[in-house]
Design a protein around this ligand. Structure first.
Ligand code: FES
Length: 144
């Protein structure tokens, strides 16, 4: 007799199955974040688009909003003509302000100036404001 009874064999098989199951669950849990990272994001572009009402942007005025986690601004420079920009100054990253009377942006940090089309008018900013795509749909302004 080798000391291995049928009861011992059944217990050993059960334990093997149990350990295999636990291993499979742990393996799946470990690989899930990798799969999420590598899997393509469905509808990512649509989710990143921001919809604003035309009523939020007065003629000659600006409306600041959050775009992909950063400040952005949309302008209505002519009736029904909307443009959008990143509201982050291209110098050192301060948030710009809209000066409606002058129809220009001022960066309060180092007095950088940008025109309503985003070009640099003065001060230290090295580049124009980053332009954002604008699409009009019914009474909505879609940015992004
Ligand atoms: S951060 Fe805007 S001018 Fe310096």
């Amino acid at each position: 007799m080798n000391g291995k009874s049928p009861e011992f064999a059944r217990r050993r098989a059960f334990l093997g199955t149990l350990l295999a199951g636990i291993g499979a669950v742990l393996g799946a849990a470990a690989l899930y974040p990798v799969w999420r990272f590598l899997a393509p994001r469905k509808g990512a572009e649509a989710q990143d688009q921001v919809a604003l009402s035309r009523d939020q942007v007065p003629l000659g005025g600006a409306h600041f909003f959050n775009f992909r986690g950063r400040p952005a601004v949309v302008l209505q420079t002519r009736a029904g003509h909307f443009t959008a920009f990143s509201a982050v100054c291209t110098h050192l990253g301060c948030v710009i302000q809209w000066q409606a009377a002058e129809q220009r942006f001022l960066c309060p940090c180092h007095a950088g100036l940008f025109s309503a089309d985003g070009t640099v008018l003065g001060g230290p900013p090295p580049r124009p404001l980053e332009s954002l795509a604008v699409t009009l749909r019914d009474d909505q302004i879609l940015v992004g």
